[in-house]
Design a protein around this ligand. Structure first.
Ligand code: 6R9
Length: 653
């Protein structure tokens, strides 16, 4: 295979440097060449610059309180996130578009800041009437419709943390998350369209209610399909509620900077998703600052972050960041290739999008579909492009830069996690050269190092573990409050004692002599499918319960478009029909988690490779999956299985 071709989905080191065009630098929000040094010299006070982007009801006394955990960002300060995203913009831009929604069926809806403020107030009043009090968790189980950010901001207005559950998750997944969050309020919809076909969301919500241990006090149903949905006791129609509260004015509740704004569940090393709780002051400051410094957003911009709001990326860069800065944020409910493969470019052209932020998976799909699609559109409104969620390989980076940005838009590859709340490592487009394939340097004020298993910095080019060595404003409450968060994690933990404080990200990385970090992927048992995290154990525990499955192991495998794919190795009980079992396996994952986590490849094997002590040899499964060198197999009890796995895989690929 030629070298160029080998640069598949995975990142590859590239020595190339690309400077941002002078015309971009001249107008950039942050263009001081020594901004990182300035932040370091004044740490942690430097983060006041982020807090200054917000309006505070009462000023904070200290930028960072607490010498160690518990950390208190902007201690003593109070603010309201909904007031920061709405009220404070009304004087200057009440008629500017705040939210531009494009639906799956080609519909569109436009909300000015005034419209959005009005409806958020009305829905906040309705939530209160339903009994929602400050600190009650409200679960939002909605696709990308305007009612989702409206409900988020309505919750924020009354100090009720929201918990958004990705609409594609199953009834089971919803029930688990509502129980874990002790949430008694749900906002959902009748259904939504996926590739033109309706998905009945309310049925899933009803099934979740049946499965749940806890009570549901009230369910609000948004009408998305347009039919009649029979409502039972405790169920309310969203439009009726808003109409009943027409003209309501709800005073934004001042929240302490460290009060919870929302929680969101993410997959980690355990079988159960973990709730990550984000704060009002620190998170919002981090969201606003990175939107300002990295996405270079300003009020006159139209920003499109293509992530679903059900993930952290949509929370931070569709909703909170852009609206805190008073920009126009675009929401798209559909898929990028429906009805045509130029849908994205058509939307960018029609809405004159300035900043486009998407996932490398999407870029690789665009690349596969061909440049004729973007070429058919005027994309000259674009000023900056970004990616997030997984490494972007240099070839896809260059394609994005040349064919979408016309060589004129900087491309920022932003590394961060659900746990960090916002971006942590990225080129600053007004300051740094870009290196395709590398996420770039740590952002100003951020402590990020690549260390070896002894906690020592690695030599340039050597691989190691990415650790964050200073607290940051967007850190979640769970991490700020105690040391336990990172105490159990990762092979490097014992050696991190040399830092006053550190958090191991579970990512492998290299760093070059200029401090540019290239991510190598997770080192824990997390699969990153199209930029979304799933624990291999989470999926394995579902497979283990499928009738006919004797044993199963899940590993991450290669996928040219999605970056990673879910490979399931299944040994079937005697006499079971493999085709039927394959379908059952997929259905089970769809029911328990959601279709997005369903195995891409199911490999049947008479036995899983085991060590002499009877443990599944995951390392070997990973090597076989990636067609890598098998390494030392002397500990293997059943070496004959290797050949069988290899030929089974050959048959599938
Ligand atoms: C925002 C988000 C986090 C994991 C993270 C890493 C991977 C994210 C990346 C990246 C390489 C980037 N990741 N951004 N890898 N380059 N620019 O994606 O959050 O869903 O929690 O995933 O995604 O492995 O640890 P989350």
């Amino acid at each position: 295979m030629p070298d160029d071709e080998r640069d598949g989905a995975r990142g590859a080191l590239s020595d190339e440097r690309v400077s941002p065009p002078a015309s971009f630098v001249e107008q950039a929000n942050v263009a001081e060449p020594d901004v990182r040094e300035a932040f370091d010299a004044d740490w942690p006070e430097c983060w006041a610059r982020a807090a200054d982007l917000l309006d505070w009801d009462s000023d904070y006394d200290r930028v960072l309180g607490g010498g160690g955990p518990p950390f208190r960002w902007f201690e003593g300060g109070s603010l309201n996130a909904s007031a920061n995203c709405l009220d404070r913009h009304l004087d200057e831009r009440k008629n500017q578009v705040a939210l531009q929604w494009e639906g799956r069926l080609g519909e569109s809806r436009t909300y000015s800041y005034l419209d959005l403020h009005r409806e958020v107030n009305e829905f906040a009043a309705a939530l209160r009437d339903l009994g929602v009090e400050e600190d009650d968790v409200v679960t939002l189980y909605l696709p990308v419709v305007p009612e989702l950010p409206i409900a988020m901001l309505a919750c924020a207005r009354i100090g009720a943390p929201h918990s958004v559950v990705f609409a594609g998750f199953s009834a089971d997944a919803l029930a688990t998350r509502m129980d874990a969050a002790d949430s008694e309020y749900l906002v959902t919809c009748d259904g939504y369209y996926r590739r033109g076909a309706p998905i009945h969301q309310k049925n899933k919500a009803d099934n979740a209610a049946i499965e749940r241990d806890g009570d549901v006090e009230a369910t609000v149903v948004v009408d998305r399909l347009g039919g009649e949905t029979p409502l039972g006791e405790g169920e309310h129609d969203y439009d009726d509620l808003v109409t009943e509260h027409r003209g309501a004015d709800v005073e934004p509740v001042p929240r302490a900077a460290s009060d919870q704004l929302f929680l969101i569940y993410t997959s980690g090393t355990t079988g159960e998703p973990t709730g990550v709780r984000h704060t009002t002051g620190g998170y919002l400051a981090h969201a606003a600052w990175t939107s300002h410094a990295v996405l270079d957003l300003r009020p006159e911009d139209t920003h499109w972050c293509s992530a679903d709001i059900g993930w952290i990326t949509g929370h931070t860069y569709t909703v909170y960041g852009p609206l805190a800065l008073g920009a126009t944020t675009m929401l798209y409910e559909g898929t990028p290739d429906h009805p045509e493969k130029d849908r994205v470019w058509d939307l960018i052209e029609r809405n004159a999008v300035d900043v486009f932020y998407t996932a490398p998976t999407a870029v690789r799909a665009f690349m596969k579909w061909g440049e004729e699609h973007p070429e058919a559109h005027d994309l000259s409104s674009l000023r900056l492009l970004g990616t997030v969620g997984e490494p972007i390989n240099p070839r896809a980076w260059k394609w994005y830069h040349d064919h979408i940005g016309d060589g004129e838009c900087p491309v920022v590859d932003t590394w961060w996690q659900t746990e960090t709340g916002g971006m942590m490592v990225s080129t600053l487009p007004g300051v740094d050269d870009m290196k395709p394939g590398s996420a770039g340097r740590r952002l100003p004020g951020v402590g990020a190092e690549v260390v070896d298993a002894d906690g020592e910095p690695v030599e340039p080019g050597e691989s190691g573990y990415l650790v964050l060595t200073r607290p940051w404003p967007g850190m979640p409450l769970s991490m700020a409050e105690n040391e336990g968060w990172f105490a159990d994690h990762g092979p490097v933990r014992p050696s991190l004692e040399r830092f006053d404080w550190a958090y191991f990200t579970e990512d492998g990385a290299t760093v070059d002599e200029d401090g540019y970090v290239t991510l190598l992927g997770r080192v824990d048992d997390v699969v990153n499918v199209a930029g979304h995290r799933f624990g291999t154990m989470e999926i394995e525990s579902v497979l283990a319960d499928v009738e006919g499955v004797a044993e199963a192991a899940v590993v991450s495998g290669p996928d040219d478009t999605k970056g990673e794919a879910v490979y399931a190795y299944v040994s079937a009980a005697g006499g079971v029909d493999e085709e039927r079992l394959r379908a059952a396996v997929n259905d089970a994952v769809e029911d328990a988690i959601g279709g997005i986590a369903a195995p891409d490849v199911v490999v049947f094997t008479p036995d899983l490779p085991k060590t002499r002590s009877g443990k599944v040899m995951r390392r070997l499964l990973e090597a076989v999956t990636h067609d890598d060198d098998l390494g030392d197999t002397s500990a293997l009890r059943n070496p004959e299985v290797v050949g069988e796995l290899e030929s089974a895989l050959d048959g599938l690929r």
